[in-house]
Design a protein around this ligand. Structure first.
Ligand code: ADP
Ligand code: TRP
Length: 335
């Protein structure tokens, strides 16, 4: 039986990149795999100190978003990281298998170290150890993540391998990245620069958020950057125009996409029409998700129930792993 695990930090805002690049895959995987865990990585957000008044809203919104996008608590365990004490317990033990040098060399840590004014606390340095604990605690085989997380996953494998080697066991599973497609999906920013849609972009108009109003979605697409238009039949598309076509492929009907592809290829395309059509189709796609998020956010007791049930399953699985790890390490003194 293959175990699947993934999670994201509760930053409150989820955009189309998070949806198509991550959550849509989780939703598919819960049908294709028997043992799935999807969680909200709240401990991970404390590396940069969070506001205690804002954090609960973000966690609630993340939970509502997961469910609104189609995660089903009957098919997968959906939980909050800090509800599962087995994770920090494993984190402590795994830390003994992580070297200071490799943690300092980690790209995400180096990036933070370069930023001025950033406090380099030990939590930030050991971020990959906590992420490894998230995964190894369920002995997960498959972890759907984007390219940016590959190095962290590699480190999780290294820690597990060192543990297994030291104790001459194969108890910890070495996790692998998973994607349905050969090439990882990348949703582009609406600014046409070819960079990825991101919530850390300073301009909120460059991303479509799952919580955007219809008006906001239409406005953002209307303002999206295109180019001067194709200069010859069957011309190659610029990043800006390719980004719009990619979105159309995800949210519009195949006939609509084919119609605009043909217009592009014979140079009769009017980007204004494309943006209006894409805006409408985007509203039809995102609108129901947004409304569902709002509906779920208004039912905190339901969200609490789902989180409690998810945590119970996750704790049970985590406890089994911890019992095994403690036994292997000899933490079993008065048996
Ligand atoms: P952001 O870059 O907006 O801060 P995160 O780093 O929190 O997003 O990413 C959460 C998940 O969403 C990851 O699995 C990541 O690979 C995916 N993701 C984020 N942005 C995009 C994008 N533009 N296209 C595809 N996947 C994305
Ligand atoms: N580090 C991931 C991110 O920034 C989030 C994350 C934490 C995660 N723990 C994980 C992803 C375990 C997959 C598995 O996006």
């Amino acid at each position: 039986m293959q175990t699947v695990l993934s999670g994201s930090r509760p930053t409150g805002l989820f955009h189309l990149g998070n949806y198509f690049g991550a959550i849509a895959n989780y939703v598919k995987m819960q049908d294709d795999f028997d043992n799935c865990y999807f969680f909200i990585a709240d401990y991970h957000s404390f590396t940069t100190h969070t506001d205690p008044l804002v954090l609960p809203q973000h966690v609630k919104r993340a939970m509502a978003t997961y469910l609104a996008c189609g995660l089903d608590p009957n098919k997968a365990s959906v939980y909050v990281q800090s509800d599962v004490p087995e994770i920090p317990e494993l984190y402590l033990l795994l830390a003994m298998f992580a070297n200071k040098g490799e943690l300092e060399k980690c790209t995400t840590f180096k990036e933070k170290a370069r930023q001025k004014g950033q406090t380099l606390n030990a939590g930030l340095l050991t971020y990959p150890v906590l992420m490894a604990a998230d995964i190894l605690v369920h002995r997960a085989h498959k972890v759907p993540v984007g390219k940016d997380q590959m190095q962290h996953l590699e480190m999780a494998r290294n820690f597990a391998q060192r543990f297994n080697h030291h104790y001459d066991t194969d108890f910890l599973v070495l996790p692998e990245a998973f994607s349905y497609t050969e090439e990882l999906i990348k949703i582009l920013s609406l600014d046409g620069t070819g960079s990825k849609m991101s919530k850390s972009d300073n301009n909120v108009n460059n991303a479509v958020f799952l919580t955007d109003t219809d008006e906001a979605i239409l406005k953002k697409l209307k303002k999206a950057t295109a180019d001067a238009g194709p200069q010859e039949p069957n011309a190659q598309k610029s990043d800006a125009v390719q980004g719009l076509f990619n979105l159309m492929q995800l949210v519009s009907k195949p006939e609509t996409l084919a119609e605009f592809e043909a217009a592009y290829n014979d140079c009769s395309i009017r980007y204004g029409d494309l943006k209006v059509q894409l805006g409408k189709d985007m509203v039809d796609y995102v609108g129901p998700i947004r409304d569902k998020i709002a509906e779920l956010e208004s039912k905190p007791s339901y969200l609490k129930e789902v989180a409690a049930a998810g945590a119970e399953t996750a704790r049970k699985s985590g406890r089994e792993t911890l019992d095994g790890v403690r036994e292997i390490m000899g933490i079993n003194y008065f048996a």
